[in-house]
Ligand binder design. Structure first.
Ligand code: AMP
Ligand code: MG
Length: 520
């Protein structure tokens, strides 16, 4: 197995001088060296063919003993020095101090075809940042991360990716519902990949410790390797850097809103500096279109990270990043200008996104109120987001009467579509028809365009859970089936038509399907 290794992070940035793998506070360093844990019976369950190709590896490589050992942490690649990163973060709005890679271990960086990839094992054992936990991951959460990160990529949403999913062969103790009933589950390891795994929290930790020197070292490093088009470090460059992080974060969140993805734990340690979706934990996909929905049981009370609040939280997190890099800029005003711009850009980006989802090409002064009415109507009775937007592409603009027929499959309780609810839908379709008639696009052409932004296939929560239930019994076929299907989320795939359906009733209140805990 030949990888074109190009380590930068652990070669150019300050390391923790302590080599012992003990839990501790690590200051004036970006990372600590650490060796992954040996596992008792590693077994590969799935490998992403595209990621192999991206790294310059072959299918044969993936079948080698070497591959299995390296990507389950059982052997260390020649001339590499694995490490865990140090970062802090705000969790649920409160500063939590040092967090760090508690169960992620970076193996090395690879350059191939002009692209750079950091390779990281999740669940490969304890690190200095493991705090009170074990550094391990269970199969259920690993399947969810593996499938969802690749699915997001194919949806066109910026994201970290995944190379491989493996069983460790060890048992891991977890209390899923936090109710004092822990049980053993299968341990697993995902190798995930990204140009960089740097998070807002990597900068925050230096700012919190008033370590401006290392803050500058890390920001300069980030610009040099990941934002090099911005030029040499200076106050202007730092501002341009912050502006680009802001824009990328915003674009990512608008994409989340477009496909109905709810991250679930938008803490600042889970915000990528590159604007990638990172850390797939208790995330979920909207079924009924609902601004108030969060998949995360830990967030049940305040719903801080609910679907409709993701854009605001993005802004709040960016404010924390602005505070963190402020010592390098020492001027609050231009940072505030960028943050204010986020609000304006979000509003216009949201309107553009909804126009695309509705197949509208031209702007109209009434768009904002027209979309608001749609969102209101969508909330009146449980209406499946994905099925609604996908089916809407079949609406004929000359017709006002077929609207409700076209979207009929999207309703969880069709018998509620009577009286006022029915009337509001009908009125909305009258307006939609009028709006479409102002445009030149044919019905056929509009459908093609809508189908490029409204996915047909998403990783519904119950689908991931079915794959998990099978895998618990040693059956792994469904992981591959979902993986294959999710590669083409916008295509008609008749062989997978059964996955274009509302959440089945049994999944409504089942753990893992409607609600997820952070325990992973
Ligand atoms: P998360 O909410 O998954 O983003 O995790 C928050 C923090 O807890 C990060 O510093 C993680 O590395 C750490 N963490 C989560 N689970 C574990 C675990 N099983 N062992 C060690 N650290 C963990
Ligand atoms: Mg995290």
């Amino acid at each position: 197995m030949k990888l074109n290794k190009k380590d930068k992070f652990n070669k150019e940035l300050p390391s923790d001088p302590v080599l012992e793998n003990s839990r501790r506070q690590v200051s004036e360093a970006c990372f600590s060296y650490v060796t992954p844990k040996q596992t008792s019976k590693p077994k590969l369950l799935h490998v992403s063919p595209q990621m192999l190709e991206n790294l310059g590896l072959s299918e044969d490589d993936a079948k080698s003993e070497d591959f299995l050992k390296v990507f389950t942490g059982n052997s260390v690649l020649e001339k590499t020095k694995p490490y865990a990163m140090c970062y802090g973060g705000h969790q649920f709005g409160n500063w939590a101090g040092q967090l760090g890679d508690g169960r992620a271990i970076n193996l090395c960086e690879v350059e191939h075809n002009g692209k750079n990839w950091a390779l990281q094992l999740k669940g490969a054992g304890e690190t200095p940042y493991s705090r009170t936990a074990d550094g391990l991951a269970v199969l259920r959460s690993s399947i969810r991360e593996y499938l969802c990160s690749e699915a997001m990529f194919h949806l066109g949403v910026p994201t970290t990716r995944a190379l491989s999913l493996a069983l460790s062969g060890d048992q891991v103790l977890r209390d899923v519902m936090y109710d004092g009933n822990p049980a053993y589950e299968k341990g697993a390891i995902v190798c995930r990949t990204a140009e960089s795994f740097l998070r807002f929290g990597n900068y925050q930790i230096f700012a919190a410790r008033q370590d401006d020197n290392n803050l500058k070292v890390l920001v300069d490093y980030t610009i040099k390797h990941h934002f090099s088009h911005l030029g040499e470090p200076s106050k202007e460059t730092y501002l341009a850097f912050f502006e680009e992080v802001t824009n990328r974060t915003l674009d990512m969140i608008i994409d989340w809103q477009r496909v109905g993805f709810v991250h679930g734990v938008m803490n600042t340690d889970n915000m990528s500096i590159l604007g990638l979706t990172i850390d797939f934990g208790p995330y979920g996909w909207l079924e009924g279109y609902d601004y108030g929905w969060t998949p995360n049981t830990t967030d049940r009370l305040h719903k801080r990270y609910r679907y409709g609040n993701q854009p605001n939280i993005g802004l709040w997190n960016l404010l924390q990043l602005a505070n963190a890099i402020y010592p390098l800029i020492e001027d609050a005003e231009p940072l505030e200008v960028i943050l204010n711009q986020y609000k304006t850009d979000f509003e216009s980006g949201r309107l553009d996104m909804l126009r695309a989802k509705l197949g509208l090409q031209n702007k109209d002064e009434n768009d904002a109120s027209f979309f608001l009415e749609l969102e209101d109507v969508l909330h009146l009775t449980e209406t499946d987001m994905t099925i609604f937007f996908r089916s809407l592409a079949d609406f004929k603009k000359e017709s006002t009467s077929n609207g409700l027929e076209v979207i009929a499959d999207a309703f969880y309780k069709p018998d509620e579509i009577v009286g006022n609810i029915e009337k509001r839908w009908k009125d909305w379709f009258v307006n939609y028809s009028k709006r479409l008639q102002k445009e030149s696009l044919s019905d056929e052409h509009r459908k093609e365009k809508m189908n490029l932004v409204n996915p047909k296939y998403i990783l519904r929560n119950y689908m991931a859970q079915l794959a998990i239930d099978d895998a618990d019994e040693g059956k792994y076929e469904l992981i591959d089936e979902l993986f294959q299907m999710l590669k083409k989320p916008y295509d008609e795939q008749p062989e997978y038509e059964k996955w274009f359906a509302k959440r089945p009733d049994w999944a409504r209140h089942k753990v893992g399907c409607s609600m997820l805990s952070c325990s992973s």
